[in-house]
Every structure is written in structure tokens, then in C-alpha cells.
Design a protein around this ligand. Structure first.
Ligand code: RB5
Length: 145
């Protein structure tokens, strides 16, 4: 069964979103694009909500969110129950966000990471799986108190 991915960006992540979409297309992933259209300016918290809704409604397995720095959109995503968003600037972070944190959303900064690095980060995120075990308890403790 293929992984379903929800991919969204604001205007500052628009260009990188196109690169990530091309990567997903080439890799045969099933994906949905949400957020800003070309030439538009839009609010990253709303894009985060749209993408995360697909995950919490189980219409997507994983999300990828892109804004200028990746910071705003990751803060917004992490406000949503059931979402574990990881802002990653290298492949080690992306890999471990899956292995240890069971992150279900990858956040990227379109003004921070070049497309080569961002695509390798994306690959690391999509090709690693949660290890469970002692990490399961810690992930459960991440839920809002
Ligand atoms: C938009 O200009 C920019 O503020 C946004 O993309 C993001 O970087 C916020 O964290």
C-alpha cells in the first residue's frame, strides 16, 4: 500500500513545494497539494491546518509543510492534536524524527534549505519508520496535558 502524502506551502515555500512535488511524482508517491497558488500570498497557519486535517481525518498518512523558515508552519502544525511536526534542516534530523519521534509532518524552510538538501531531507523522512519500543512511551507523553 502506498503512502498518502499531503503537501502544502505558503507563498514563501511555493517554489520548493514544486520541487518536492516533482520528487514525489517521480517516486510514485500518492500526494495532494494544498495551500498557496502561484502569485498568491497566504497565511501559513491556515495551510498547516488544511494539511494536518487530512492527517487527523486519516485521508493522508504523512504531511510535508513548507513556509519561509519552516518555523511558523511547524508551530502551527504542532498546536493540532495528533500532529507531531518536525522542522528539519538535515537528513539526520529527518531520519530521527521518524525513528524516535514518529513525526507525521515534515516541515521545511523554503528560504533556508536549497532544493538538493530539501529533497534528501524529504527522502530520509519518507524512507524511515518509527522504531517503537521505549520511544512509544515518550511519543505518548508528547500529547497535550
Ligand atoms: C512569510 O513571509 C513568512 O513569514 C513565512 O513563510 C514563514 O517563514 C513564517 O514562519
Amino acid at each position: 500500500m502506498s503512502i498518502k502524502i499531503a503537501l502544502g506551502s505558503d507563498h514563501a515555500g511555493f517554489e520548493l513545494r514544486g520541487e518536492v512535488a516533482a520528487y514525489l511524482e517521480k517516486g510514485g508517491f500518492e500526494y495532494t497539494i494544498l495551500g498557496c497558488r502561484e502569485g498568491e500570498s497566504c497565511d501559513y497557519p491556515l495551510v498547516a491546518r488544511e494539511v494536518c486535517a487530512l492527517i487527523t481525518e486519516k485521508k493522508a498518512d504523512l504531511g510535508i509543510l513548507i513556509c519561509g523558515t519552516g518555523i511558523g508552519i511547524s508551530i502551527a502544525a504542532n498546536k493540532i492534536k495528533g500532529i507531531r511536526a518536525a522542522l528539519c534542516t538535515d537528513t539526520f534530523m529527518a531520519k530521527h524524527s521518524r525513528l524516535h519521534n514518529n513525526a507525521n509532518v515534515l516541515c521545511l524552510g523554503g528560504r533556508v534549505s536549497g532544493s538538493g538538501v530539501a529533497l534528501e531531507i524529504t527522502e530520509a523522512f519518507l524512507t524511515n519508520e518509527f522504531k517503537g519500543g521505549r520511544h512509544q512511551r515518550r511519543v505518548e507523553l508528547l500529547e497535550p496535558c
